[in-house]
Every structure is written in C-alpha cells, then in structure tokens.
Ligand binder design. Structure first.
Ligand code: DAT
Ligand code: MG
Length: 150
C-alpha cells in the first residue's frame, strides 16, 4: 500500500476543474485519505519545490503555485505514486496523451493543473509538508476493495 500527494494547482481551482481532477483519480481506484483547501505561502512553496531551486523556472513556479488556493489531497492504493503519475500525463501537456488529466485539460507547461509526487520517498516528505498524521484516515483491510488476501 502506497500514499501520494496530489495538488490541484491554482489554475485547476480557478477553472473549476478540482472535482473533475479528483474524480479521475478516485475512479481509477485510489482512495482519498486526506483533503484540504489552502493557499500555499512562499515558505511552503519553496519547501515543496525545493528540488527545483536554482532552475530558470523556479521563481515563476513559486509565484504561480502561491497565486491562489490549491486543493491538497492524499491518495492511497497499491502503487499509488505511479498510478497518479500515469493518470496525470507528462509534465508538458503537449506531450501528454489524450485520456490523461494534462492531455485532456491542459495546454501550458506552466499551467499544468496538477501535482503528483514522483516517488514513494518524496511522497512521504511532501505529505508531511501538508498534513498532520491525524488529518489522514485509514481504511480497514477487510473493507478495502483492492486488497485480495492470499
Ligand atoms: P511534474 O509536475 O510533472 O512532476 P517537475 O517536478 O519536473 O514536473 O516540475 C514541477 C513543475 O515545474 C511542473 O509541473 C511545471 C514546472 N516546470 C517544470 N519544468 C519546467 C520548464 N522547463 N519550464 C517551465 N516550467 C517548468
Ligand atoms: Mg515533480
């Protein structure tokens, strides 16, 4: 079982696509274990995107992600990190296949609607930036549709 952080970015909120984006991931078969609306401040944005510090697009990225509210969600399921990455599409919507969130709904690399963690290790770190442990629920295995006990 794996957890991953999803953000519906300010462009997704502004365009009214939060429900559509979350629904696509939920329909895929992952479970929502935490969710909140927030406006990221500069410090949180720089911590979240710290790996990109020094890159030419960093300042614009921080300005964009702090420009309006985001919806932060934690999804759980088997191989959740890669499942969300595949459901999102590529970083540049131009390279994203139809059927993916960015491929169906996006145009601009700087306005690509959704963040998803890129590894289980980063997911744990990113989740801790947005959620306290008691803000995340857990599901019992016996009501968990994707666990088949062997
Ligand atoms: P992803 O969001 O697919 O994980 P990333 O972690 O490489 O992509 O980059 C984070 C965000 O930064 C990305 O969603 C959009 C923006 N970005 C990345 N590369 C960029 C570039 N070359 N020019 C402009 N924005 C870029
Ligand atoms: Mg990334």
């Amino acid at each position: 079982m794996e957890r991953t952080l999803v953000l519906v970015k300010p462009d997704g909120i502004q365009r009214g696509l939060a429900g559509e984006i979350i629904a696509r991931i939920e329909r895929r078969g992952l479970r929502i274990v935490g969710m909140k609306m927030l406006r990221m401040d500069d410090a949180l944005a720089k911590r979240h995107y710290g790996v990109h510090e020094g890159k030419p697009f960093f300042a614009g990225l921080v300005r964009f992600i702090t420009s309006g509210p985001v919806l932060a969600a934690v999804f759980e399921g088997p191989r959740a990190v890669q499942i969300v990455r595949n459901t999102m599409g590529k970083t540049d919507p131009l390279d994203s296949n139809s059927g993916t969130i960015r491929g169906d709904l996006g145009v601009d690399m700087g306005r690509n609607l959704i963040h998803g963690s890129d590894s289980p290790e980063n997911a744990e770190l990113e989740i801790a930036n947005f959620f306290k442990p008691d803000e995340l629920v857990s599901y019992k295995r016996d009501v968990d549709q994707w666990i088949i006990e062997t």
